[in-house]
Design a protein around this ligand. Structure first.
Ligand code: NAD
Length: 426
C-alpha cells in the first residue's frame, strides 16, 4: 500500500550495506510533490524535540518516527507529537534508514554523529535536515557536501538565521552597497555558561545504548559530564561553544560579507574561568583574513551582562555606518544619524518549512541554508579550534582540504573512526 501511495524516483547511485545487512540505494527517494512527507527525528534531546514540534506543525509533513539511544528521551519526544500512539520509536537509526516509507530525516544528535548519519541517510535515499555544525571534522563535512551533490538530495543546515526574513532583507540592503564598503564583521558570542564541575567515570544507565552513543568516537567509560548536553565541551564529541552557538554568528557574518574560506586564520583561546571537566575554551578570539575584509569572532562564556548591546550578534562595519544583527532584530546606523530597525521575521520554523518545500519540489537549489554553505561555516569553527589547539596562524587550502605545511594542525582536519563506525564510501 505504501508503495502505491507515491511514485519512486529512478535509481541513480550504487548501494551500500547497512549494519542490518539491508542494501541502501539512493533510489529510495520518493517524489513527495503530491503527498505528506513522512519525517523521522534522530536524536531526541532538547533540540530534537524542537524538531518534532516544528515538523509536525506543518500541514504537509508528518513525524512518523523518533529515534534515540536513550529510551526515556525517545518516549518523551513521541509524547509531544499529535499522533503519538502511531509514532514508531527506534533505538538504532539504521532501522529508520532501512524504512522506505520515511522520506526525510533530521539529525539532532551530538556533533560527532552529524555527518556520518547524514551521509548514510543520503545513501539510503533520504533528504536530510542536519543540525549545526554539520560535521565534527572538515574532512567528513567535505564528504557530506559531495554526497548531497552526487545524489541530488536536499540537505539543509541548522543555521536557521538564513531563513529569517528580517536578516535576509538587512543583508540584501547591505550587500546592495547602501552602507558603502564593508571591511569588517564581528561575530559576538558573550554569555554566562556555568562551570560543570567534575564527574567520575561511572556505569552508563542500564537502559541506554552507550556504545551507539559513542559511535565513531574512541571507547571510553561513561561519565555524566561527557553525556547529554555536556558532551559539547569535549573534543571527542563536541566543538566547544564556537561550534555550538558561535556558528550562528559566524555564518551570518560570512553571509553578510559574501565570503567563503579564509586565506588565513589566527586564533587564541583557553580557559580563563573554568576549572572543571571542560576541554574546550571559555574564551576565544579568532581572526579570519580575506582579500578585502576581516571576520572577527569574539567569545566569552563568563559574562552575563549585555553592556555592549549584544550577547549573541553580528556587527558589520562599513564606510557609511554599521549594521547590527542581534536579539533585537536588525538595526542600521548611518554615521551621525539615529539607529533604525530594518527587516522583520522569524527563522527556526521557517528554515524547516523551506526544507520541506524544497523536498516536495525535489529542488535543493532553493534551500535557504544549503549544506555547502553550512559546511564552510562549520569549517571556520573547526579552523578556529585548530588554531587554538596548535597555537599558530593557519593557512588553509580549501581545494585540498588541508592546512598548508602544518602536519600537527592537519591531524585535526580529519579524525580516527572507531572500528565498525567508519564513514561509508560514497
Ligand atoms: N539550531 C539551533 O539553534 C540548535 C539549538 C540547540 C541545539 N542544536 C544542535 O542540536 C544538537 C543536539 O543538541 P541537544 O542540546 O539536543 O543535545 P542533547 O545531548 O541533549 O541531545 C542529543 C540526543 O541525541 C541522542 N543520541 C546520541 N547518539 C545517538 C545516535 N547514534 N542515535 C540516536 N540518538 C542519539 C542522545 O541520547 C541525546 O538524547 C547539537 O548538535 C546542537 O548543536 C541546534
Amino acid at each position: 500500500m505504501e508503495l502505491k501511495r507515491r511514485t519512486f524516483l529512478q535509481s541513480t547511485g550504487k548501494g551500500i550495506f547497512s549494519t542490518s545487512g539491508i542494501l541502501f540505494t539512493a533510489q529510495h527517494a520518493r517524489s513527495a510533490a503530491n503527498d505528506r512527507i513522512r519525517h523521522a527525528v534522530i536524536g531526541n534531546g532538547g533540540q530534537g524535540r524542537s524538531h518534532c514540534k516544528a515538523f509536525s506543525r506543518l500541514d504537509d509533513c508528518e513525524v512518523a518516527a523518533v529515534c534515540d539511544v536513550d529510551p526515556e528521551r525517545r518516549a518523551l519526544a513521541a509524547e509531544t507529537l499529535p499522533n503519538s500512539s502511531h509514532v514508531a520509536q527506534y533505538e538504532d537509526f539504521h532501522k529508520i534508514l532501512d524504512d522506505h516509507s520515511i522520506d526525510t530525516v533530521s539529525i539532532a544528535t551530538p556533533d560527532h554523529w552529524h555527518a556520518p548519519i547524514a551521509i548514510m541517510a543520503i545513501l539510503a535515499g533520504k533528504h536530510v535536515y542536519v543540525e549545526k555544525p554539520c560535521c565534527h571534522t572538515i574532512c567528513e563535512g567535505k564528504l557530506l557536501v559531495e554526497a548531497a551533490k552526487k545524489y541530488n538530495k536536499c540537505v539543509q543546515h541548522g543555521t536557521q538565521s538564513r531563513s529569517g526574513q528580517g536578516i535576509i532583507d538587512a543583508i540584501k540592503f547591505m550587500r546592495e552597497g547602501n552602507l558603502g564598503e564593508v571591511r569588517m564583521a564581528k561575530a559576538i558570542n558573550h554569555q554566562l555558561r556555568k562551570p560543570i564541575g567534575r564527574t567520575p567515570d561511572a556505569t552508563p544507565p542500564n537502559s541506554v545504548n552507550y556504545d551507539l552513543w559513542l559511535g565513531p568516537a574512541p571507547l571510553r567509560p561513561f561519565s555524566q559530564n561527557r553525556w547529554h548536553y555536556n558532551w559539547h565541551w569535549h573534543w571527542d564529541y563536541g566543538t566547544g561553544d564556537i561550534g555550538n552557538d558561535g556558528i550562528h554568528q559566524i555564518d551570518v557574518a560570512r553571509w553578510g560579507l559574501g565570503v567563503g574560506f579564509p586565506k588565513t586564520v589566527t586564533a587564541i583561546g583557553g580557559q580563563l574561568f573554568y576549572d572543571d571537566d571542560h576541554e574546550t575554551p571559555d574564551t576565544q578570539v579568532v581572526t579570519y583574513e580575506y582579500d578585502h575584509c576581516y571576520l572577527l569572532y569574539e567569545m566569552r562564556l563568563w559574562t552575563d551582562y549585555k553592556l555592549e548591546g549584544h550577547d549573541n550578534g553580528v556587527v558589520f562595519y562599513a564606510d557609511k555606518g554599521v549594521l547590527e544583527v542581534g536579539r533585537n532584530g536588525c538595526e542600521v546606523t548611518f554615521i551621525g544619524q539615529p539607529k533604525k530597525k530594518i527587516g522583520e521575521g522569524s527563522d527556526f520554523g521557517e528554515n524547516i518549512n523551506n526544507f520541506v518545500q524544497c523536498v516536495k519540489a525535489n529542488d535543493p537549489s532553493k534551500l535557504n541554508a544549503p549544506i555547502d554553505e553550512g559546511f564552510i561555516s562549520a569549517s571556520l569553527c573547526h579552523l578556529g579550534n585548530i588554531g587554538v589547539r596548535v597555537g599558530r596562524k593557519l593557512h588553509f587550502n580549501a581545494e585540498h582540504c588541508e592546512i598548508v605545511n602544518d602536519s600537527e594542525a592537519n591531524r585535526f582536519v580529519g579524525r580516527e573512526y572507531r572500528a565498525g563506525y567508519e564513514l561509508p564510501k560514497i
